[in-house]
Design a protein around this ligand. Structure first.
Ligand code: UD1
Length: 373
């Protein structure tokens, strides 16, 4: 049996930092069976580099500083993924980790998985098995390729398990629950203790929270139609807070003069402030994957501005509606959403599908046992 085992987590984009945080904590807490030396280091690809998209998450979530930052930065999918692939391959050749841990579905996930697999380094994929069945999404390609190349697949939900079974990957798959739920539960308590204010502090009455970043929704024509329709809705139903992702900040700034004061443009929010802002919102409107679940865990109804979701359980449980960008459908969905009942049964179902907030402990224990031979 090995005397030491070196895990390296590769992350690069904002949602991955949120998934990494409880895994770091679980590595810090893990038993070292029989004097075994279990090490965990972090490589940041540099996909997200703004402080508001990166540093602030490491600080607030108390994630150790990355051991290495590859500073790959932005670019087209080909150039960005290729840049990471080349740098990760060189890094893995130098460090020879025993296991590479990848998260979610970004270009950083795919690059790390490919680089490791080609060097015959085993890969564990956290948040495996999610499918939108929409191949136009770059994330869908990243997920499918990563799942098929990885050695151990941690499915966060029953739907993830089923998708992996349908692709004949059941032998490498385990149900783990959702690490983002771990992060919400732990940090909501911290936000409450600290009296963390929401970004809506100072706004009178109810508000909705909006986020948009998918390429299909951020083409100027689609984005402007959506914003002007949401502006009309907001004048009747109350203000919409809109933290703007850096990818669209320039075009949103240009369009700002066409919007009333009911749509409030703000900077991207740090994690704890985001939790308080979601918790206080009447409804969340989003095209993000992670926010659909975070809203559910914080008992806020969600409207997903896409044609499909990977988080099908949130829809089945009745806390998320899929509307696409048809604004008449969105208006009806808002009316329905604000009546959502987060009953004891709803909360129980969320726990059954997404776990009890201890997914990271399970994953780390399982990885140590699985990769130790
Ligand atoms: C990426 C992920 C997406 C994830 C999202 C979370 C892929 C294919 N997409 O999308 O799955 O949901 O992160 O935010 O990996 N930019 C900055 N500062 C930054 C980072 C980005 O200004 O710190 C701008 C740049 O103009 C960049 C653009 O945002 O070109 C897009 O960034 P990129 O990481 O390529 O994709 P995201 O849209 O953030």
């Amino acid at each position: 049996m090995k005397k030491s085992i070196n895990f390296v987590s590769v992350v690069g984009a904002r949602p991955q930092f949120v998934k990494l945080a409880p895994i770091c904590q679980a590595f810090a807490d893990v038993n070292q069976p029989g004097g075994l030396d279990i090490r965990h280091s972090i490589i940041h690809t540099g996909q997200h580099y703004d402080d508001s998209m990166s540093t602030v998450f490491f600080d607030e979530l108390e994630i150790p500083r990355p051991d290495i930052n590859l500073e790959v930065g932005s670019g087209g999918h080909g150039a960005q993924t290729a840049g990471m692939l080349a740098k990760l391959e060189a890094q893995f050749q130098c460090d020879r980790p025993d296991v590479v841990v990848v998260y979610g579905d970004t270009n950083s996930t795919l690059a790390a998985c490919l680089a490791a697999t080609k060097l015959h380094i085993p890969v564990a994929h956290i948040e495996a098995g999610l499918r939108s069945f929409n191949r136009a999404m770059p994330e869908e390609i990243n997920r499918v390729a990563t799942d098929h190349c990885s050695d151990r697949l941690y499915a966060p939900t029953p739907a993830g398990m089923t998708n992996l079974q349908n692709e004949n990957l059941q032998d490498r798959t385990v149900f783990s629950g959702d690490v983002m739920r771990d992060t919400v539960i732990r940090n909501l308590a911290i936000a409450h203790q600290r009296g963390q204010k929401s970004a809506a502090h100072g706004i009178n009455g109810d508000y909705a929270l909006l986020t948009l970043h998918r390429p299909s929704n951020t083409e100027p024509a689609v984005l402007f139609d959506l914003l002007s329709a949401l502006d009309r809705i907001a004048r009747d139903t109350g203000p919409i807070l809109f933290p703007v992702h850096p990818r669209i900040s320039a075009i949103v700034r240009d369009y700002k003069a066409n919007l009333s004061a009911s749509v409030r443009l703000i900077e991207p929010l740090p994690y704890l402030e985001m939790l308080s802002t979601v918790e206080g919102a009447r409804v969340v409107l989003t095209d993000s994957g992670g926010l659909q679940k975070e809203a559910a865990f914080l008992k806020t109804p969600c409207i997903t501005l896409r044609e499909e979701t990977e988080w099908t359980e949130t829809v089945e449980i009745g806390v998320n509606q899929i509307t696409g960008t048809d604004t008449s459908v969105i208006a009806v969905a808002i009316e329905k959403a604000i009546k959502t009942d987060f009953s004891a049964n709803t909360l129980k179902e969320l726990e059954r599908c997404f776990g009890d907030g201890k997914a990271a402990d399970f994953i780390v224990a399982d990885m140590v046992e699985h990769f130790l031979i």
